[in-house]
Design a protein around this ligand. Sequence first.
Ligand SMILES: CC(C)(COP(=O)(O)OP(=O)(O)OC[C@H]1O[C@@H](n2cnc3c(N)ncnc32)[C@H](O)[C@@H]1OP(=O)(O)O)[C@@H](O)C(=O)NCCC(=O)NCCS
Length: 242
Amino acid sequence: MANYHIRKYQNSDYEIVRNIYSDGVKELSPTMFLHVLKLPRTIVFLMGVFLTLLMSLQSLLWAPLAVVVLLVLARVIVDAIWTQYVQCCFQEDLLDIQKSYLQSEHSCFWVAEVKGEVVGIVGAQPIRNAEQDDRLELKRMVVKKGHRGKGIAKALCGTMMNFAQRQGYKAIVLETTQLQHAGQKLYERLGFKRMHEIPFSSPVGEITCVNTIFYRYDMPTIDKGKEKVPTAKNVSGIGFVF
Ligand SMILES: CC(C)(COP(=O)(O)OP(=O)(O)OC[C@H]1O[C@@H](n2cnc3c(N)ncnc32)[C@H](O)[C@@H]1OP(=O)(O)O)[C@@H](O)C(=O)NCCC(=O)NCCS
């Protein structure tokens, strides 16, 4: 069993939490690049450029070189998209994590530690909506490479589910992308239901054809159900602090 423990975020975790989040998001860059490369319209476009240059320049050097330049350019653009996304998050809830998550008793942020090193993060914030304000949103879930596959994300989710139940939330919701396969498996394994899927609502979405996937976990009622929330205790058996 992995020797980790989960505790609430402290101000001294600020830099490492932001770095873990940034690294986790930037991992999406090669995945998105490959996804875009496999799109039929990308293949048609690259073939078109290749054949046009081949026919017009009659050169077996320039046509493939142009395709390589386009690929490098596309890779740089995809990297820039995720760098920009991280910068936006750093200006939002991750600008002042203490204030965003720990000022109110209805939200929280946890870290997973291995031998005193922070290796995993997750945040929980209520959804502020006039009609339904009984949903908690799971945010910023990342486990550092090298510490994956040991149940740390499951334990972080379990801690959050326990928190949601004690706070009386009816459901946990989250958004992820179609590119995050490990994340999807994690949530489905924990009983989250895939609700719907929509394209990214931006020009980036139109170009890359990546969808956002919405998940929801309905909290079981304590008194009625025999069903148990998969808390950190029953998913990992390791002690944790709220
Ligand atoms: C997704 C992520 C948080 C999983 O962290 P982890 O600590 O390795 O996950 P766990 O070891 O707790 O695994 C929990 C379950 O998730 C699923 N899972 C995790 N990684 C998986 C992978 N690479 N492939 C398939 N399933 C995977 C499994 O079902 C696993 O349960 P099981 O081992 O009992 O079958 C981690 O891969 C990560 O940080 N990825 C980059 C950031 C990201 O995509 N975050 C989620 C965005 S919403």
